[in-house]
Design a protein around this ligand. Structure first.
Ligand SMILES: *Cc1c(COP(=O)(O)O)cnc(C)c1O
Length: 481
């Protein structure tokens, strides 16, 4: 059991030293010493070691336990990827090193680009964005630039009400007005609402941002009709590809008429995520958007060597320092090569199978808003438990005592008391059985009228019942002593 550890700055004792380095002299041009001290904690090496090791014990991680956080694809990160990303030739390469001395790294970028083109069926690609949300922004900047090139950036972006918050945020950042499209009773885009919006706004519509498979864990059946309708009015079809894990190797987004789509390497392609990154959000584009791809990108020359293209007049420009999150690219490529094309198909199949296994086993205990089968994640709600005073939040807190990280809660927003569960393909049947049993116990406790006990949970965690809204809105970062 971890115990309280004071902030390092509070452990500081004047004159205590952990490392013995020469005192640097920072002087300005007149020879004045600008700073005597920058106020770092004065602590010994063992104090620092213990501090961070203790903190690490308070973490919950995918390396320790099941992490069914829907929409996040918290799969196992194979250690082989880590080993390759740490090879000295990659890890110690400076981004300003010459092209001649960076051929291996450029080839990695080129090969990953090639894999992603094949898996998406789309002809153009940038690896520069540092996250999914950054990929969305990059994609929508290209959409805006493409419309501008035709003389009018247009005004409106359509976004379903089930979308991840980054979708409307991206459209707004690109100076578009958002028109929300409601989700039908079946969890799919309400086609009447979509057609009505197209009729009303017509050629003012710049793009539609659709998540497919959706945040309800469903594959959008009207995706091709939607693409055709958008192309008829000269609008672009943006697909949020964060849920690519469900269809990798099975469906080519290019075949669906998608013009631009980000993929989160830190979700589908097993590069680590959480704790603020780094992530990587490559963006694939159709022929129409290729001229606007960011710079730089890698090109293979006739003599078989690789070069960076740094100038392109029609490009949206640079969106990231240097060449993106190179370490993530090595990990993703290692993952793809070790699975092979057939292995990646199996990833999608097993991810979908696992989610349906959980859905099937919990469908009698929890309300299912949209009938299955589902894709890679399944959606439940608190409807049955709420009758007994137990909400999704109570269920999530009770799961902590059972030793599990909760599923994604209250998302998507369109479903009251949503619980979005994504097991991923890397979990065994035994692990899922354990989770299912814990959920069944919780359902039974709610049924038996145990609501008051729920309100006092969790009891076994380092911190008890935290108020996550307060923690996010009024964080206390350094306590005054
Ligand atoms: C994770 C996610 C995003 C954002 O991706 P980040 O890499 O976290 O920026 C966008 N849309 C959906 C549906 C997601 O699940």
């Amino acid at each position: 059991m971890p115990f309280e550890t004071d902030l390092l700055i509070h452990q500081s004792v004047k004159g205590r030293c952990g490392v013995d380095l020469p005192t640097p002299e920072v002087r300005n041009r007149t020879g004045q010493n600008l700073r005597e001290s920058i106020g770092l904690p004065e602590v010994s090496e063992p104090q620092v070691m213990r501090h961070y090791t203790r903190l690490s014990h308070q973490n919950y991680s995918i390396d320790e336990n099941f992490y069914p956080l829907g929409s996040c694809t918290m799969k196992h990160n194979p250690r082989l990827n880590e080993k390759l990303a740490r090879l000295e030739g990659f890890a110690h390469l400076h981004p300003l090193q010459s092209e001649e001395h960076s051929q291996g790294a450029l080839e990695v970028i080129y090969q990953l680009t090639d894999w992603l083109k094949k898996l998406s069926g789309m002809p153009g690609l940038t690896l520069d964005p540092a996250a999914g949300a950054h990929g969305e922004l990059t994609g929508m900047m290209m959409v805006r630039k493409a419309h501008e090139a035709k003389g009018n950036p247009r005004k409106i972006v359509l976004v379903p009400d089930s979308a991840h918050g980054t979708n409307p945020a991206t459209a707004a950042t690109c100076k578009y007005t958002i028109v929300t499209i409601k989700t039908g009773d079946d969890g799919m885009v309400d086609m009447d609402a979509f057609n009505a919006a197209v009729k009303e706004h017509g050629e003012d519509i710049a793009a539609f941002m659709l998540t497919n498979p959706s945040t309800c864990g469903l594959f959008e059946p009207n995706v091709k009709v939607i693409a055709d309708t958008l192309h008829d009015i000269g609008a672009y079809f943006y697909c949020d590809g964060a849920n690519f894990n469900a269809i990798v190797g099975k469906v080519l987004p290019g075949d669906l008429g998608i013009d631009v789509m980000q993929i989160n390497l830190h979700k589908t392609f097993s590069t680590p995520h959480g704790g603020g990154g780094p992530g990587s959000g490559p963006v694939m584009v159709s022929e129409a958007l290729v001229p606007y791809l960011p710079i730089p990108y890698v090109e293979k020359k006739k003599d078989g060597t690789f070069a960076l293209v740094k100038e392109n007049e029609t490009s949206i420009g640079r969106i990231k320092g240097f060449h993106g999150q190179f370490g993530m690219m090595i990990r993703a490529l290692a993952y793809m090569m070790s699975h092979g094309a057939d292995g990646l198909q199996k990833v999608a199949e097993d991810a979908v199978l696992n989610a349906n296994y959980i859905l099937h086993n919990l469908k009698d205990d929890f309300h299912v808003p949209y009938p299955g089968p589902c894709m890679h994640e399944c959606l439940l709600t608190h409807k049955k438990q709420k009758e007994h005073g137990v909400t999704t939040m109570n269920i999530a807190k009770a799961l902590l005592d059972a030793g599990y990280h909760p599923m994604t809660v209250y998302f998507p927003l369109v479903v009251d008391g949503a619980m979005l569960i994504e097991p991923t393909e890397t979990e065994s049947r035994e692990t899922m059985d354990g989770f299912i049993a814990a959920m069944k116990t919780i359902a039974k406790r709610a049924q038996d009228g145990d609501a008051t006990a729920f309100h006092a949970q969790p009891q076994t965690t380092f911190r008890k019942r935290l108020d996550e809204t307060q923690a996010a809105r009024k964080p206390v970062l350094v306590e005054d002593k």
